[in-house]
Design a protein around this ligand. Structure first.
Ligand SMILES: C[S@@+](CC[C@H](N)C(=O)[O-])C[C@H]1O[C@@H](n2cnc3c(N)ncnc32)[C@H](O)[C@@H]1O
Length: 209
């Protein structure tokens, strides 16, 4: 059972700050957006898949002031805590498969951040295929997930995900992430770790022109 939403409701007006503080135990989102910006200096039409309540969407919006951003998630809580420039961002509760069917080859940058470990294994390939379909030729795909290790911080992260979100999370290790992405996109253009843990494993991939 997910206790996250009930616990969060207790925080009232402090929910946004406390959610950020909790997340910062595991990932520095400002370091992450810095790395995305270094990989993809400019983008006009961005799709964020699995945007959740909008923490990364907010940073994408600030980093790419000329871009239009579409942020989608399957949760009804989509974009709930977003506090950026709403005039350039559209939040939608929908799947990336539907989005790709409606807007094939539409995006020059697609971001999938900390989503795959929440998705049942049987559905992961379909998400990747849809992302490939939604990318413009030559478009960039930026992927990040928490890579499985045998370390205390990994067990903490797993317990937090499992009991706060209630999802049946399952993590890939670094090598599994490379082969999962490689099947659809080929070799990555680059890889990096995002602070403060090596588990934060990110890759930049490019769709062939
Ligand atoms: C840990 S949150 C990450 C939110 C956001 N990407 C970020 O980094 O701040 C994981 C999100 O994945 C979403 N998710 C799970 N399955 C999904 C699917 N099949 N398609 C899109 N999003 C999904 C969940 O609803 C949740 O919002």
């Amino acid at each position: 059972m997910a206790i996250g939403p009930a616990v969060r409701a207790l925080f009232g007006p402090y929910e946004r700050e406390i959610a950020h503080l909790y997340r910062s135990i595991f990932i520095d989102l400002d370091d992450w957006i810095g790395r995305i910006g270094a990989w993809v200096p400019d983008a006009q039409n961005i799709l964020e898949v699995g945007c959740g309540e909008g923490a990364m969407t907010e940073r994408l919006c600030a980093r790419y002031p000329q871009a239009r951003i579409t942020a989608i998630d399957v949760t009804p809580r989509v974009g709930r805590l977003f506090a950026g420039d709403a005039s350039r961002v559209e939040f939608l509760q929908m799947t990336v498969e539907d989005m790709a069917a409606r807007h094939p080859q539409a995006y020059d940058l697609i971001v999938l951040s900390d989503v795959i470990h929440h998705v049942p294994k049987a559905l992961r390939g379909s998400i990747l295929t849809a992302i490939h379909q939604a990318l413009a030729p030559g478009g960039m795909f930026v992927f990040k997930d928490w890579a499985r290790t045998s370390t205390p911080i990994h067990w903490m992260c797993h317990a937090g995900d499992r009991y706060l979100t209630g999802d049946q999370v399952s993590y890939l290790d670094e090598q599994e992430i490379r082969s999962f992405l490689g099947e659809r996109f080929g070799a990555p253009q680059d890889e990096c770790r995002v602070r403060p843990w090596r588990n934060n494993f990110a890759l930049m991939l490019r769709k062939a022109s």
